[in-house]
Design a protein around this ligand. Structure first.
Ligand code: NI
Length: 139
């Protein structure tokens, strides 16, 4: 981690008021914390565009395990993508519904595409892919 540097930012007063209201709602203690978080978020987005950077993602899936053998197809796909599939947590919600949380790693475009293929499987009721980072490029 480098030294801490102070810098000034000029912006419209109304825009600053809106920013302050937003960061208060989001729970940040001060503008510096909020700006650091926004910068990191943008750097992670950029990392996801790199064809070589190893990124992480968490995939959340809900499905009916009776439906169209979706449980087997989800498992088969993860076995076929061993290098991208780090770990899977399975929760039996009730008699029908299952929740699966899959941790993915690899180049952003590769794991986005794999994650979307799991989300798009017939029988998946709901899901979301949350992109993340190894944190190596962030101070
Ligand atoms: Ni289950």
């Amino acid at each position: 981690m480098g030294e801490t540097v102070r810098f000034g930012v000029s912006l419209d007063a109304d825009l600053l008021d809106s920013f302050d209201a937003l960061i208060k709602k989001m729970g940040y203690d001060n503008r510096s914390e909020a700006i650091r978080a926004l910068i990191r978020e943008k750097l992670v987005e950029e990392e996801w565009q790199s064809p070589t950077a190893e990124t992480f993602a968490v995939l959340f899936l809900v499905y009916d395990h009776h439906a169209m053998s979706v449980d087997r197809r989800l498992t088969d796909a993860q076995h076929e993508h061993l290098t991208n599939t780090v770990s899977t947590l399975h929760v039996h919600i009730d008699r029908e519904n299952c929740l699966e949380v899959v941790v993915l790693k690899g180049p952003g475009q590769e794991i986005r595409s794999f994650g979307q293929s799991l989300l798009g499987m017939r029988g998946v009721k709901y899901g979301r892919l949350n992109m993340g980072t190894s944190g190596r490029r962030l101070a």
